[in-house]
Design a protein around this ligand. Structure first.
Ligand SMILES: Cc1cc2nc3c(=O)[nH]c(=O)nc-3n(C[C@H](O)[C@H](O)[C@H](O)COP(=O)(O)O)c2cc1C
Length: 155
C-alpha cells in the first residue's frame, strides 16, 4: 500500500478531560455525498480513537504542502502535539482546527464504527466544512511530497 500515494490529514477530537487529541491519518476516504460521509481507519491502539468514540465527534484537517513537520509531529505519540502548532477549537463540539498550512477542515459526527482486524473503520457524517485553499501535502513510499505541477497533454 505504500505504493498507493494519498493526501495527509490530522484527525482531531477532545478527550474526556477536555484536552485536544490528534493523530496523523492517511487512510481518509470519501464514502457518500448524500448524506456527506467520510471514513478513517484508526489503529485499535490509538488514543485518538478512544477519545473520538467517547466524544462522538471528530475533525479532519487536510494538510498543506508546508505541513510535513505537522504530519511527523502528530505521528509521534510521545509528544505534546498541540503546544507546537497553531490551533483553535471550533463549533459546539470544540473540535481542534489546525492553523498553519491546512488546506481544508471537515467537522464530523461519529455515525458508525466497525472493527476490522487491528483497525477500526470510523464513518463520520460531515456537518461542517471550510476550505482555505492552497497546495495539498502528499504521502507515499514513506515520503512526503508536493502536489505535482500539471504536465502538458501529449499533442
Ligand atoms: C503519513 C502517516 C499516515 C498515517 N496514517 C495512519 C492511519 O491512517 N491510521 C492509523 O491508525 N495510524 C496512522 N498513522 C500513524 C499514527 O499517526 C500514529 O500511530 C500516532 O502516534 C497515533 O497517535 P495516538 O495514539 O495519539 O492516537 C500514520 C502516520 C503517518 C506518518
Amino acid at each position: 500500500m505504500s505504493s498507493f500515494p494519498t493526501g495527509v490529514s490530522v484527525v482531531t477530537t477532545v478527550d474526556a478531560d477536555g484536552r485536544p487529541r490528534g493523530m496523523t491519518c492517511s487512510s481518509l476516504s470519501s464514502v457518500s455525498l448524500d448524506p456527506p460521509v467520510l471514513s478513517v481507519c484508526l489503529s485499535v491502539t490509538s488514543r485518538t480513537l478512544d477519545a473520538l468514540r467517547a466524544h462522538g465527534f471528530f475533525g479532519v484537517n487536510l494538510l498543506g504542502v508546508r505541513d510535513s513537520g505537522v504530519a511527523r509531529l502528530f505521528a509521534d505519540s510521545s509528544l505534546s502535539h498541540f503546544e507546537h502548532v497553531p490551533w483553535q477549537p471550533v463549533g459546539g463540539a470544540g473540535l481542534p482546527r489546525l492553523g498553519g498550512d491546512t488546506v481544508a477542515f471537515a467537522a464530523c459526527r461519529v455515525a458508525e464504527a466497525k472493527a476490522v482486524g487491528d483497525h477500526v473503520v470510523v464513518f463520520g457524517e460531515v456537518f461542517g466544512t471550510d476550505c482555505a485553499g492552497g497546495t495539498p501535502l502528499l504521502y507515499g513510499r514513506r515520503r512526503f511530497a508536493a502536489w505535482p505541477q500539471p504536465t502538458p497533454d501529449p499533442a
